[in-house]
Design a protein around this ligand. Structure first.
Ligand code: NAD
Length: 271
C-alpha cells in the first residue's frame, strides 16, 4: 500500500510525521506522494482541506485520515497519542471507507473564457469585492429571489459544522447527499425581500447565482479565495464525486458535534 503525509508544518506535526513514516516504512508500506492510497493529514481541519485539494484529482483511489495536533477537528479526529494504533491499523488495512458528499462549483464568464470548475469539501461562498452583493438566485431554472446583502454561502453536509454553522445554517448529517444555501446579512425591508432561512437542496437540484450588479466577485472554495472577473453565473450542484475517509473506529457525526460544540465527557451517542 502507498501512503503520503500532509503536515501542518509545525514542530509537533513534523515530529509525528517522522514517527509515522518510521512506523509505516517498517511495516513495508511505500511513501508515494504522487499516487497515495492513503493520505495521513497531521495538523487540523485546515491541513486536511489542503490535502483534499492536492489529491482531488484522484478521489476514487485515495482515502483520507486526519490527526489533530491542536483541538479536536471534524476531519482531523485522531489524537497524537493514538498514532501507533493508527499506523498499525493502516498497515494491516483494518479500516472501512466512508464517503461524504462534495459540492460542485462552476463559474461561467461573460467572455469566451472557459468556465472554472472546483470541488468543495466544506463550502463555497460569494461576496462582492466592493459594496453590497446583488445576485438573482435561481433554483432548477426558476427565479427564486433577488438577494442583497454581504454574501451567500453554499455548504456540503460535512461543511455544515464550519462556516455555514456560523451563518445560522443547520447541521446536516453527511449521509444526506445535499447542499445548503445560507445568507450573510441580507437586506430585508419593505422594498427588498429574501427568504431569510437556510435552504437545504437535494442531490438532483441546481442553484444558479446570476449577478445583477458588478461583474467581479470574491469566490471562496474551502480555504481558497479568488477574485473572479466578468462573471456571468455561478452554478452549484451536489457533486457526483465523493470524498473517502478511512474509518478505523466508530466516531459518529453527532458525537463529534457534541464533543466539539457542547462538551466532551466521553458519553456515547449513537448515530
Ligand atoms: P482554519 O484551518 O483556521 O479553519 C478555521 C476553523 O474552522 C478551524 O477551527 C477548523 O477546525 C474549523 N473547521 C474547518 N472545517 C470544519 C468543519 N468541516 N467542521 C467544523 N469545523 C471546521 O482555516 P482555513 O484553513 O482557512 O479553513 C477554511 C475553513 O474555515 C473554511 O472552509 C470555512 O469553513 C472555515 N471558516 C469559518 C468561518 C467562521 O466560522 N466564521 C469563517 C471563515 C472560514
Amino acid at each position: 500500500m502507498k501512503y503520503t503525509i500532509q503536515s501542518r508544518n509545525d514542530e509537533l506535526s513534523n515530529r509525528l510525521m517522522d514517527e509515522a513514516i518510521d512506523y509505516l516504512n517498517g511495516f513495508g508500506l511505500v511513501y508515494n506522494e504522487d499516487e497515495p492510497d492513503v493520505v495521513l493529514s497531521i495538523g487540523g481541519d485546515g491541513t486536511l482541506l489542503h490535502a483534499f485539494h492536492k489529491y482531488s484529482h484522484r478521489l476514487k483511489e485515495t482515502a483520507f485520515v486526519g490527526i489533530h495536533t491542536g483541538h479536536l477537528g471534524f476531519y482531523a479526529d485522531w489524537k497524537p497519542s493514538e498514532i501507533e494504533k493508527l499506523v498499525i491499523s493502516i498497515a494491516r488495512k483494518e479500516f472501512d471507507v466512508i464517503e461524504y458528499p462534495l459540492l460542485d462549483v462552476a463559474i461561467n464568464y461573460r467572455s469566451n473564457k472557459e468556465s472554472s470548475h472546483y470541488l468543495a469539501l466544506n463550502e463555497s461562498s460569494v461576496k462582492s469585492p466592493e459594496v453590497t452583493l446583488v445576485m438573482d438566485v435561481e433554483l432548477n431554472g426558476n427565479h427564486f429571489e433577488r438577494f442583497r446583502g454581504d454574501g451567500l454561502c453554499m455548504s456540503t453536509p460535512s461543511g455544515s459544522t464550519a462556516y455555514s454553522k456560523a451563518l445560522g445554517g443547520a447541521l446536516v448529517h453527511p449521509s444526506l447527499p445535499s447542499m445548503q444555501l445560507t445568507e450573510m446579512a441580507s437586506i430585508n425591508n419593505r422594498v427588498f425581500r429574501t427568504v431569510g432561512s437556510p435552504l437545504i437542496l437535494p442531490a438532483h437540484h441546481k442553484c444558479v447565482l446570476k449577478p445583477v450588479k458588478g461583474p467581479d466577485f470574491m469566490v471562496t472554495v474551502d480555504h481558497l479565495q479568488l477574485l473572479h472577473k466578468d462573471v456571468k453565473s455561478i452554478e452549484y450542484i451536489v457533486s457526483k464525486e465523493k470524498v473517502r475517509f478511512a474509518r478505523f473506529r466508530p466516531f459518529p457525526f453527532w458525537r463529534r458535534v457534541r464533543d466539539s460544540f457542547i462538551e466532551s465527557n466521553g458519553r456515547n451517542i449513537s448515530g
